[in-house]
Design a binder for this molecule. Structure first.
Ligand SMILES: NC(=O)c1ccc[n+]([C@@H]2O[C@H](COP(=O)([O-])OP(=O)(O)OC[C@H]3O[C@@H](n4cnc5c(N)ncnc54)[C@H](OP(=O)(O)O)[C@@H]3O)[C@@H](O)[C@H]2O)c1
Length: 278
């Protein structure tokens, strides 16, 4: 007699799951977590053996062919979202799990259009879908985004004393893995993934090293700094909108979604620091 767990494992092992963004902060951990669960995976990005490029539609069908589910990082171009979801459906994909951003509803409509369009395309589809809306990642301090400034000892951002419940990307990957291998319990759900506590940037940096200085910029100073680094105007405005939402406190409250989903507390910033910076 085969019990329920064995059936679930057998089903998971017979699936092949497409992982977009597999070289990125969340995707490479989703690849690891799915592989550890014995699931066959298909990593696909511009640099993968299976090539997937949002800006080259001819790469989509080979990536989608034969997979049962996909972990999706939203495209930058909103026009790509609905055709991708339609192609996923016609290719036989049954489940999509989308990484999105917390506070999307509160951001001005002209920003994050790719992410918005991806959420809308999932919601309008008759696929099984789940949306993971995440706060700022712990790993922004150590993998890209703020890393070089943090390592140089001086982080300049348009932030104030509003706390942020930074979330660990390992938790996001474990939630994505749970949902991708589930039997429908998470269909049609939007989860808000945060860390267990909200910390100011000053406190977060102090935990990494008291020697790191936080320079609080005005939005105009931040905008000018981004442009001088070659960031396009539209992207600079979008980034400023994120920090504005943070300063307004719209993303400041921790949720218990990770605890409820994983049956354990979300990873604390102290644990992130101990495992990454010590
Ligand atoms: N950082 C945060 O705090 C935060 C918070 C909430 C939500 N998010 C969202 O998280 C997403 C990024 O996820 P992440 O941090 O895990 O990834 P990431 O570290 O930014 O890496 C991006 C991944 O996407 C791939 N990629 C880039 N351009 C692509 C293209 N044109 N076509 C196909 N693949 C492409 C890259 O691989 P190749 O270079 O090989 O193509 C890489 O694997 C964004 O949508 C962001 O808005 C971030």
């Amino acid at each position: 007699m085969v019990d329920g767990c064995a059936v679930k494992l057998a089903e998971a092992m017979s699936q092949e799951i497409l992982v977009l963004g597999p070289t990125g902060k969340t995707g490479r951990r989703v690849v690891r977590a799915l592989s550890a669960a014995g699931v066959q995976i298909r990593p696909a990005s511009r640099s993968s053996a299976v090539r997937f490029d949002w800006s080259d539609e001819s790469t989509w069908q080979p990536a989608l062919h034969g997979v049962t589910a996909a972990y999706v990082i939203a495209p930058y171009d909103p026009a790509a979202a609905e055709p991708f979801v339609r192609l996923a459906k016609s290719s036989g994909v049954r489940r999509l799990v989308l990484l999105s951003g917390r506070g999307l509803d509160e951001a001005p409509a002209e920003f994050f259009q790719g992410m918005r369009a991806a959420e809308e395309a999932l919601r309008a589809s008759d696929l099984s879908w789940t949306i993971l809306r995440a706060n700022n990642f712990n790993q922004n301090f150590s993998e890209e985004i703020w890393e070089s400034e943090v390592r140089a000892g001086r982080l300049s951002l348009p932030v104030d004393g509003t706390p942020e419940p930074f979330v660990d990307v390992q938790d996001i990957a474990e939630v994505a893995t749970l949902v991708l291998t589930s039997n429908g319990e998470h269909d049609g759900q939007t989860y808000n993934l945060t860390g267990p506590e909200a910390l100011t940037f000053t406190d977060a940096l102090r935990k990494i090293s008291p020697a790191i200085e936080l320079v609080e910029l005005t939005p105009a100073e931040y905008h000018d700094a981004l442009l001088s680094q070659g960031v396009p105007e539209a992207e600079a405005a979008e980034l400023n909108a994120v920090y504005e939402a943070m300063r307004k406190g719209l993303l400041a409250t921790p949720t218990d979604d990770i605890t409820r989903l994983l049956g354990r507390p979300a990873t604390s910033f102290d644990t992130y620091v101990a495992t990454t910076w010590r």
